[in-house]
Design a protein around this ligand. Structure first.
Ligand code: MBD
Ligand code: FE
Length: 283
C-alpha cells in the first residue's frame, strides 16, 4: 500500500469539499430564513469581535488568521475543520431528544450508495487488507424492543494506514464501505476488520493550526455507521474500541461512553468478535 503514502491533505480536502458540494450543499440554500441568519450571523460576528477586544488581538495575529482562513479554502479543508471542531455540538442539539442509540458526528468522509450486502456479508476489502479480523454482530430494534428486519446498516472506516477510500488515492473505490440489510429477525453479522487509530491530515491548513497550537491530530480508532429504516430516525454514529490512547482526547470530541465496544477474542482464534445492538427512535 505504499502509494497511499503520497496522499496529500489537499487531495482528500478537495475530494471532501466536492463530496459535500454534490451531496449536501445544494439542498441547504432554501433553508435560509432572514431572521435566523440575522440572529446567528450577528452573534457569531459579535463573539469574534468580543474575543479580539478581550484578548487584545494584534494586527500580526489578525493577518495570520486571514492567511490561515484563505488556506483552509485552498486546501479544501472546510469540511474537515468544521466536522472536527464544530459538528459535535450540532449533533448534540440535533439528537438530545432521542431515546434510542446514541449518535455522533458523521465526519467528512461518508459516501452514499456503497455496495449492498446481505445481513451476514463481508465489508469490501483487499485480499491482503491489513488489520485484525472483526466479526461485528447484533440486532437492530425499535426503542420499544421490536426487531427491525430489512433495516439498512451502512458501515465505513479508514484502512490500517488511516486512509478512506474515495478520499485518498490508490484505494479500490468501495474499500471498507458497505451497506448491509438485517435479516427477518433484525440481525446482522458483518465480517470486517478492526480499524486503526486515525490521524487527520497534518500537511494542510488544519495540520498547521494543530501544530501552531501544540495540539495533537488523533482520533481514536472508529467505525462509522448509518442505521436506517423507513419510519424511524436515521442514526448516524461511530463505535470505538477500549484501550485506544485517544478515547479520552479525540480531537473531534465525538466519543461517548455508550459508543464503546467490548470486543472479545474469537473462539476459533480468528481475530475478534463483538455484539452491539442499535435502537432506533420512531420518527
Ligand atoms: C475522520 O475520519 C473523522 O471521522 C472525522 C470526524 C474527521 C476527520 C476524519
Ligand atoms: Fe472517520
Amino acid at each position: 500500500f505504499t502509494t497511499e503514502f503520497s496522499a496529500k491533505a489537499a487531495d482528500s480536502g478537495a475530494n471532501a469539499t466536492a463530496a459535500f458540494a454534490s451531496r449536501v450543499a445544494a439542498s441547504t440554500g432554501a433553508a435560509a430564513d432572514t431572521a435566523r441568519v440575522n440572529l446567528l450571523a450577528t452573534r457569531a460576528i459579535k463573539a469574534l469581535n468580543d474575543l479580539i477586544i478581550e484578548e487584545r488581538v494584534t494586527y500580526d495575529e489578525y493577518n495570520a488568521l486571514k492567511a490561515w482562513l484563505i488556506r483552509v479554502g485552498q486546501d479544501g479543508e472546510w469540511p474537515l475543520f468544521l466536522d472536527v471542531f464544530v459538528e459535535h455540538s450540532v449533533e448534540q442539539v440535533a439528537s438530545d431528544h432521542r431515546e434510542g442509540s446514541k449518535g455522533t458526528i458523521e465526519g467528512p468522509y461518508y459516501v452514499e450508495g456503497s455496495p449492498e450486502l446481505p445481513w451476514d456479508g463481508t465489508l469490501p476489502m483487499r485480499a491482503d487488507e491489513p488489520g485484525t479480523p472483526l466479526l461485528f454482530q447484533g440486532t437492530v430494534k425499535s426503542t420499544d424492543g421490536t426487531a427491525l428486519s430489512n433495516a439498512k446498516i451502512e458501515l465505513w472506516h479508514a484502512d490500517d494506514l488511516g486512509f478512506y477510500s474515495q478520499f485518498a488515492p490508490g484505494i479500490p473505490e468501495w474499500n471498507l464501505r458497505g451497506s448491509f440489510t438485517t435479516n427477518e429477525d433484525g440481525q446482522f453479522q458483518i465480517t470486517a476488520i478492526k480499524p486503526a487509530p486515525y490521524m487527520i491530515p497534518t500537511d494542510g491548513a488544519c495540520g498547521q493550526l494543530i501544530d501552531a497550537a501544540g495540539w495533537h491530530a488523533w482520533r481514536p480508532a472508529h467505525m462509522h455507521l448509518k442505521v436506517s429504516q423507513p419510519g424511524y430516525e436515521l442514526l448516524t454514529t461511530q463505535l470505538y474500541f477500549p484501550g485506544d490512547p485517544h478515547n479520552d482526547d479525540d480531537i473531534a470530541g465525538a466519543v461517548k461512553p455508550e459508543l464503546m465496544l467490548d470486543p472479545q477474542p474469537r473462539a476459533d482464534g480468528e481475530g475478534l468478535e463483538v455484539t452491539y445492538d442499535f435502537l432506533l427512535d420512531p420518527a
